[in-house]
Design a protein around this ligand. Structure first.
Ligand SMILES: Nc1ncnc2c1ncn2[C@@H]1O[C@H](COP(=O)(O)OP(=O)(O)OP(=O)(O)O)[C@@H](O)[C@H]1O
Ligand SMILES: [Mg+2]
Length: 421
């Protein structure tokens, strides 16, 4: 059996909190069985890794893993998405379609936000859980499927049962084993650890030096309520990494990024699409746009010079600072790689168009994501990990990292773009 530590590394889970470890241990223990698991915990605590661990460690790992966000599917189409439909079952059903439960036969389905399922769908789900049977919408033929179900919720299921929004029998069927993830405020030891990891990831991503926190800034982070949990912490780390010029962050600065600090009143719980999420994204986009605008102005100036003087070698000398600003140290490599990226992009546009044509005639799964088999996943992860580590070791210097990895600098540049590092 893989150790908890190895699982954390494989699935990118940071933290040493005993409650977190216990949850991961439970996931490892239930993975070889077909027991239904309900993952609970506040929004942003990291529930989505648990079903992935369970699937990858189970005998179903070569089967499909389909994650369905039950809260995002309109009530009118959810039965058809999950269980499929017959041709003519409703207006617009021009062909027979398989649902997720048919497609994921021999695999795992992750039902995220399961508390949002309409009552009629809950009845169908109960039947699948009890004897593996389901019926397509508009059909009378009973079909069989062998699917392992892992569900997750961030709402109090007992409240939902009391309000008759969720069937009690289904709740007990789904939660044979419950795995609860602790809120971040109860994992104080992990807060700085997580922040450091996110800060170093964002430094690499935005090609800026890593931010460092002073002791009073760390104290504030540890004391904060983190109603949005790890998602909120990651968000704060990203905002600070992008917006602060001074890379040493003190308490005063960090306070600006923590809504409601200094107050003992409970903070208002926000969901993932909160105002602050949007404003941080907006600020990051502004920064990118300003940078692009500045690059564009520099390029305009350079082009104007070239038009006036032709390819006179003095143009390069006169505009050395601009060329340096736009292309950095290794201007030839970056420039060539950028040109190559453009070619790749135009190729990708063609492929997308082709796919569109194909998808007209095929079934689409709008609300679910599918995860490839473990081999593909871990190969990709390993390559990503190797590149990240090498870049970290060499302080982000691509030349040294490329030499260590035995690839050309240009290939490394492409990988950085491809993996969005
Ligand atoms: N232990 C962890 N280490 C590193 N990153 C984490 C950890 N836990 C969560 N994250 C990151 O935090 C973010 C939120 O996690 P996730 O989407 O799993 O939350 P959730 O519990 O499903 O929340 P919700 O109920 O709102 O859907 C993700 O970007 C995830 O990668
Ligand atoms: Mg989630």
């Amino acid at each position: 059996m893989e150790s908890i530590q190895a699982i954390k590394q494989r699935f990118g889970i940071i933290g040493n909190d005993p409650k977190l470890n216990r949850s991961i241990e439970k996931a490892i223990q239930v993975s070889p069985t077909d027991i239904s698991v309900l993952v609970t915990g506040e929004s942003g605590v990291g529930k989505e890794s648990i079903p992935k661990i369970i699937h990858q460690l189970s005998h179903r790992k070569h089967g499909k893993y389909i994650a369905v966000n039950c809260g995002a599917i309109p009530e009118g189409t959810i039965d058809s998405e999950l269980f499929g439909h017959e041709k003519g079952a409703f207006t617009g059903a021009t062909s027979t379609r398989s649902g997720y439960f048919e497609v994921a036969d021999e695999g795992t389905i992750f039902l995220d936000e399961v508390g949002e399922l309409p009552l009629t769908t809950q009845v169908r789900l109960l039947r699948v859980l009890e004897n593996g049977e389901f019926i397509k919408v508009g059909s009378s033929k009973v079909q069989k499927t062998n699917v392992r179900i892992v569900a997750a919720t961030n709402v109090n299921m007992f409240d939902a049962i009391k309000k008759e929004k969720f069937r009690e029998d289904l709740y007990y069927r789904l939660s044979t084993v419950e795995i609860n993830l602790p809120p971040l405020r109860d994992r104080k030891e992990d807060i700085h650890l997580l922040f450091r990891k996110f800060a170093s990831d964002f430094a690499l991503k935005y090609k800026m030096p890593t931010i460092k926190l002073t002791d009073d800034a760390i104290n504030l982070l540890v004391k904060y309520r983190w109603n949005g949990n790890i998602r909120q912490l990651r968000n704060v780390a990203e905002q600070v990494s992008v917006l602060e010029q001074n890379r040493t962050i003190n308490g005063n600065t960090i306070q600006n990024y923590l809504p409601n600090t200094g107050s003992n009143l409970p903070a208002i719980v926000k969901n993932s699409k909160s105002e602050s999420d949007f404003s941080s994204e907006r600020e990051i986009l502004y920064k990118v746009l300003f940078d692009m605008k500045s690059d564009l102005n520099d390029l305009k100036k350079l082009t104007m010079e070239l038009m006036k003087k032709g390819s006179d070698s003095d143009v390069q000398k006169d505009n050395e600072h601009l060329i340096q600003k736009i292309y950095g140290d290794d201007k030839d490599e970056e420039f060539e790689a950028a040109v190559e990226d453009l070619e790749v992009l135009s190729l990708a546009e063609h492929t997308d168009a082709d796919e569109d044509i194909v998808s007209e005639t095929e079934d689409k799964y709008h609300f679910a994501e599918e995860i490839e088999e473990e081999e593909t996943l871990s190969l990709h992860d390993k390559e990503l990990e190797l590149i990240k580590k090498s870049l970290e070791r060499h302080g982000g210097k691509r030349k040294l990292a490329a030499a260590e990895l035995g690839i050309s600098e240009r290939t490394l540049y492409r990988k950085i773009k491809q993996f969005d590092l």
